[in-house]
Write a protein that binds this ligand. Structure first.
Ligand code: F6P
Length: 320
């Protein structure tokens, strides 16, 4: 293989740049040229690209976001959009494509793969919602941002003897909430995998208040329950003054953690190893600290399971 492409797609995740850097460096080591497709599949359709040499990526390992920009593309979902994408890949002489992103990006990669494009996918999403891999790039950094925010919010929560609902991202996956609940020492952690019973939350808050415990930090995974509605119900049912902090996009920014930089470096290098061996149609993952690669459609089909041991631990250390 002489020329490959790389793109980032979907929501950005800290460590995407470290993955791009690893792809370019490992490719250069194997005398392969890298074309960076800008703005994900949208940019692919429109032919937006730049040449990536080792010097271009030299100083990006510590940068959040993605130097290639990212986008979500409706047009790429259509046959016509995919045809345009194939045409651009052909014109640019791209023989293999590395896609860095989450589940939606993997589905796009799978479509191209079915049309004959050699694909390797690298998981990068703060949600950690891909079932076939223990971790995706970005999750660890987000978790560290979230626990830093919890510490800050805890100071004011305890000083005012109030409760604070901290809403975290994760789309429909509870991993950010679950692990932040453990690492941040939350009193209550509410995740989509387990649902929510507001009456029970209120009851437990009251019981704990009677014991004199003031750590009223409640972590709520997004899309599970309206945080303002929850605040209203807690105040009505317990009389505890309650505030809401929605962490929002602060969770997706900033310099990647050491864990994410290393994970991204390993995955980026592995993607080139696979392309060189012509072992394509693959998604890279990590299991038990070993790099793995699985068929991309199996990766997409793999159901994300809740870490039951961690959930039990959470229950032992908090009141939910
Ligand atoms: O998938 C990453 C993520 O940040 C989710 O946690 C969140 O639900 C979503 O993206 C937000 O999407 P958008 O950037 O399109 O608003």
């Amino acid at each position: 293989m002489k020329t490959i492409g790389v793109l980032t797609s979907g929501g950005d995740a800290p460590g995407m740049n470290a993955a791009i850097r690893a792809v370019v460096k490992a490719a250069a080591y194997n005398n392969i040229k890298v074309i960076g497709i800008e703005r994900g599949y949208k940019g692919l359709i429109n032919g937006e690209f730049k040449h990536l040499t080792p010097s271009v990526v030299e100083d990006i390992i510590d940068k959040g976001g993605t130097i290639l920009k990212t986008a979500r593309s409706q047009e790429f979902m259509t046959d016509d959009g995919q045809k345009k994408a194939l045409n651009v890949l052909d014109i640019l002489g791209i023989e293999g494509l590395i896609v860095i992103g989450g589940e939606g990006s993997f589905k796009g990669a799978s479509r191209l793969n079915r049309l004959g494009v050699k694909i390797v996918a690298i998981p990068a999403t703060i949600d950690n919602d891909l079932g076939y891999t223990d971790y995706s790039i970005g999750f660890d950094t987000t978790l560290n941002i979230v626990i830093d925010c919890i510490s800050k919010v805890r100071d004011t929560t305890i000083s005012h003897e109030k409760a604070t609902i901290i809403e975290v991202m994760g789309r429909y996956c509870g991993d950010i909430a679950l692990y932040a609940g453990i690492a941040g020492g939350a009193k209550i952690t509410l995740i989509p995998e387990k649902g929510i019973e507001v009456n029970s939350v209120c009851q437990k808050l009251l019981e704990d208040k009677a014991k004199g415990n003031l750590n009223n930090i409640i972590i709520l995974a997004e899309n599970l329950y309206d945080p303002l509605q929850l605040k209203k119900e807690i105040e009505e049912k317990t009389g505890i003054n309650t505030r809401v902090t929605m962490l929002g996009f602060i969770q997706r920014g900033g310099s990647p953690s050491a864990f994410d930089r290393i994970l991204a470096s390993r995955m980026g290098a592995k993607s080139i190893t696979l392309l060189v061996k012509e072992s394509t149609s693959k998604a890279i993952g990590i299991r038990g600290n070993f790099m793995i690669d699985v068929d991309i459609d199996d990766a997409i089909a793999s159901k994300k399971e809740l870490n039951v041991e961690c959930y039990e631990l959470l229950k032992e250390f908090s009141i939910i």
